[in-house]
Write a protein that binds this ligand. Sequence first.
Ligand code: URA
Ligand code: SF4
Length: 206
Amino acid sequence: MNNLLLNISCQDDKLKENTLKELSKVCSQCKACDLSKTRTSVVFADGNPNAKIMLIGEAPGADEDASGKPFVGRAGQLLNTFLIEAGIDRNKDIYICNTVKCRPPQNRVPSNEEKQACRAYLIGQISIIKPKIILLCGATAANSFIEEDFKISQIRGKWLNIFENIDTMAIFHPSYLLRNHSLEQGSPRWLMKRDLENVKARLSVL
Ligand code: URA
Ligand code: SF4
């Protein structure tokens, strides 16, 4: 199904911009799941719609719900640090969004029903943006596209063949890295640094 939807083509930048705006507008009024009852804002996306990288996180937290922008809280700030270190410009090189667009109460993991309800927006974003690289940030995002059971620590850092013509990699979620401070060789932060260096290297040849 993913590849079928990804074949929808946008002929020019204006059409792309308008299609994205339209999707964002529909999403901003969405009541397809119960998260609509507790949210302050729908957090659709941030960054450059023409970027080669699309990063998909889990769900908005409190800061994102308040501001309407993804990855602006503590986890987002740590992510920014890693991106800067790898030479990836968050505003220029990345379009950033989440698996579900509304904050789950107490930041719980979104349910399968909520993920399913929100999926059309995510698939729509991928279809319109047409990234060359997708980063599945954390287990929730990776779960949405990988059916087999997996541990994020086992699949992260590998180029996965999920979408036609899009190099896809799962990476650690920065919230996990907030709880793991070690920089030692083989530690989660060390691996995240290496993964993003690989992404940067791939980006440079695209
Ligand atoms: N965590 C996420 O997965 N997404 C955000 O936008 C913020 C924190
Ligand atoms: Fe709609 Fe997604 Fe928000 Fe649920 S989480 S109300 S499906 S936008």
